[in-house]
Design a binder for this molecule. Structure first.
Ligand code: 0RA
Length: 639
């Protein structure tokens, strides 16, 4: 009797703790997943996928399936060991129910050596459960298929056996709560992009991504035998490269270090760093270690072989990284994520480990591959000389005061407001659309800068040419912010900078070039949320006196369905901004009361910068894609 009572009390206390935990998550979801916007929604997916990937990294599974179902739910299946369903003696709950209901319980799994897990998203799958109106878990294990369902994080009934199976694995499916999230519409492109990256970082694991919401379902399958080596080859696909992808993979006391790099003739550096497969966009200790080893070893190699004379100064870190594409992935037991967006690796032991392991590897590589070594060194030293020349040219431009904005560019139609918080700059493609925008705008707060033709691709140009480009120069002067070392966000003249281009291929290209420019040279504008993309309508549809502008093909179909029965509607497709008169442009695209604009995120800009657009462009067409590479033919990505 006494025993019984004690047990009941303990059980009760646990239960209360669980409910309090779930309530805390539902009350302040932002504390657990950052935001409740579309990014927060996708956080739920990464959380569940990370668990399956952990099982793969532990060597127990080689295939993960992610499916967006027709009813808007999403499931993640893996062929791992299956989450244990055995009951815990004390809590009387299965391990499965524990991970799904107790905050941070997920971390109790694993053990043995360093345990790798996605530390950033590692809030636990119980958070996903708490923020879903429904979640189902199916575990294949011991020859049985176990099943359990939850409502807002609370189990509906006991775990039950619903069938048998020879296979093992786990399927977690969830229906996010519409009351919690601004939107519960999963974005297939976001999921595909992220899981492709995940597949590169976990070589040998196949990731299938399926969207069943479409009439004809959309499918991808990613498998990269070469891991990040394939990733670098993919990133450099459309570039001229020097030598092979250099690759190393080492296990150290601190964890694992995997690095792939290759030089290209680009003037930009492309470096992507990861810790436990999480993209560390702010870099951190692993990147610091890499950079210092690279600079040290390339210089030492140059001196030893007489390429650098005694009187010559060392090449700088920028010089040795010009045109370099690098993917750096580390895995460690206890990752510390720091920085503004918690995406900077803080573990100092990783700096030392990468610096020493990569330094040693690269030195050996250069010595064993003298032809490549010589070519790489020549490329770096050319970068050094060109940088000096470009700097001199830039200093001249700046000394002449050419960027000071004392004289605003003639093409700019400025607004009368001098308050940046209340000023907008529209960067408009073409003179004719520029003319309409100038006439249609609100002069008080809206300034117009028309761009003629294509702007320079900053990927292929150093500072001297960038500053020699009139379109870019006008833009810098209009913005008021300077460039390079002289960049100063405090001087920004408009807190909304809007890219307004045609809804066609040329427009998309100009947008990509502008995004790349902002990403490379004016990043703080994006970080502060000042950069936008205007959304002009695709169609004007009229029926009798009724006139509607629609912005998507879906909306067009919906409207046409609605108009069935009346007289035949008149459909006008807008190919360019220039087809709209000033009043139409104002009403549909510029009027702050009614317009739609997309705020550019770092992700968008990064994607544009990554030359990902070439790939994206080609991927949108075919319905079924199996993307895989094998180490032997890594140079010809089979995409
Ligand atoms: C630890 C132990 C065991 C399975 C798992 C973790 C596991 C977790 C997840 C999360 C998603 N999928 C998963 N698959 C497996 C079982 C160990 C054993 O069978 O003895």
């Amino acid at each position: 009797m006494a025993d019984n009572k004690k047990q009941t009390q303990e059980y009760g206390a646990d239960q209360i703790q669980v409910l309090e935990g779930l309530e805390a998550v539902r009350k302040r979801p932002g504390m657990y997943i950052g935001t409740t916007d579309v990014a927060g929604l996708h956080h739920l997916i990464w959380e569940v996928v990370d668990n399956a990937i952990d099982e793969a990294m532990a060597g127990h599974c080689n295939h993960v399936w992610v499916t967006i179902h027709e009813d808007g739910s999403l499931s993640v299946r893996d062929n791992g060991r299956g989450i244990p369903i055995e009951k815990h003696k004390k809590t009387k709950k299965s391990a499965l129910e524990t991970v799904l209901t107790v905050l941070h319980a997920g971390g109790k799994f694993g053990g043995g050596g360093y345990k790798v897990s996605g530390g950033l998203h590692g809030v636990g799958v119980s958070v996903v459960n708490a923020l879903s109106v429904k979640l189902s878990a199916e575990v294949w294990r011991n020859g049985n298929r176990y099943y359990q369902e939850y409502d807002m994080g609370v189990a509906k009934k006991e775990l039950e056996i619903v069938g048998d199976t020879e296979e093992t694995g786990t399927i977690i499916r969830f229906w996010p709560d519409k009351k919690v999230f601004e939107t519960t519409d999963f974005n297939f492109q976001t999921v595909v992009t992220r899981l492709r990256q995940q597949a590169y970082l976990t070589k040998g694991v196949t990731i299938s991504v399926i969207d069943e919401r479409l009439e004809r379902e959309d499918k991808y399958r990613f498998y990269f035998e070469g891991g990040i080596k394939s990733y670098v080859a993919h990133l450099n696909k459309s570039k001229e490269t020097f030598g092979e992808v250099i690759y190393m993979d080492r296990e150290v006391d601190e964890g694992m270090i995997e690095i792939a790099l290759q030089y290209t003739n680009s003037f930009q550096e492309h470096v992507f760093t990861f810790a436990n497969t999480i993209h560390t966009t702010e870099g951190g200790m692993h990147l610091t270690g890499f950079k210092s080893a690279l600079t040290r070893v390339v210089n030492a190699y140059g001196r030893k072989n007489g390429f650098l004379k005694e009187k010559d100064p060392n090449l700088t870190s920028e010089d040795v990284r010009e045109g370099l594409t690098t993917v750096l992935s580390v895995k460690l037991g206890d990752p510390q994520f720091e920085g503004q967006t918690k995406s900077k690796l803080g573990n100092p032991e990783m700096r030392t480990a990468v610096e020493s392991v990569f330094g040693e590897f690269l030195q050996e590589y250069l010595e064993e591959n003298p032809n490549e070594g010589k070519e790489i060194f020549a490329k770096c030293s050319l970068a050094a000389r060109a940088r000096l020349a470009a700097r001199a040219a830039r200093d001249t431009v700046i000394r002449k005061g050419a960027l000071d904005g004392l004289t605003l560019p003639g093409k700019l139609a400025d607004c009368s407001s001098k308050d940046p918080a209340n000023s907008e700059l529209f960067i408009v493609e073409g003179d004719s659309a520029g003319g309409s925008a100038k006439q249609g705008r609100n002069r008080e707060i809206q300034a117009i800068l028309p761009l003629r033709g294509k702007i320079l691709n900053v990927e292929h140009a150093r500072m001297d040419r960038i500053l020699g480009n009139n379109e870019i120069k006008s833009l810098i002067i209009a913005l008021g912010i300077g460039i390079g070392e002289f960049f100063d966000i405090e001087k920004l003249r408009y807190e909304r900078v809007v890219i307004m281009t045609d809804a066609d291929v040329d427009g998309a290209h100009i947008r990509t070039l502008l995004l790349t420019l902002f990403y490379r040279y004016f990043l703080p504008l994006i970080e502060n949320g000042y950069l936008y993309i205007a959304q002009p309508p695709l169609y004007k549809i009229s029926q009798g006196k009724r006139v509607e502008y629609v912005y998507t093909d879906d909306a067009k179909e919906e409207l046409l369905k609605e108009m069935e029965g009346g007289t035949k509607p008149n459909i006008q497709r807008y190919k360019g901004l220039g087809e709209m008169n000033p009043k139409q442009l104002w009403e549909t695209t510029m009027d702050p009361e009614t317009r739609r604009m997309l705020r550019v995120t770092i992700d968008d800009a990064e994607r544009a910068d990554k030359v990902f657009d070439t790939l994206m462009g080609s991927e949108v067409l075919p319905r079924k894609k199996f993307i895989q590479t094998h180490a032997k033919r890594v140079k010809n990505l089979d995409i």
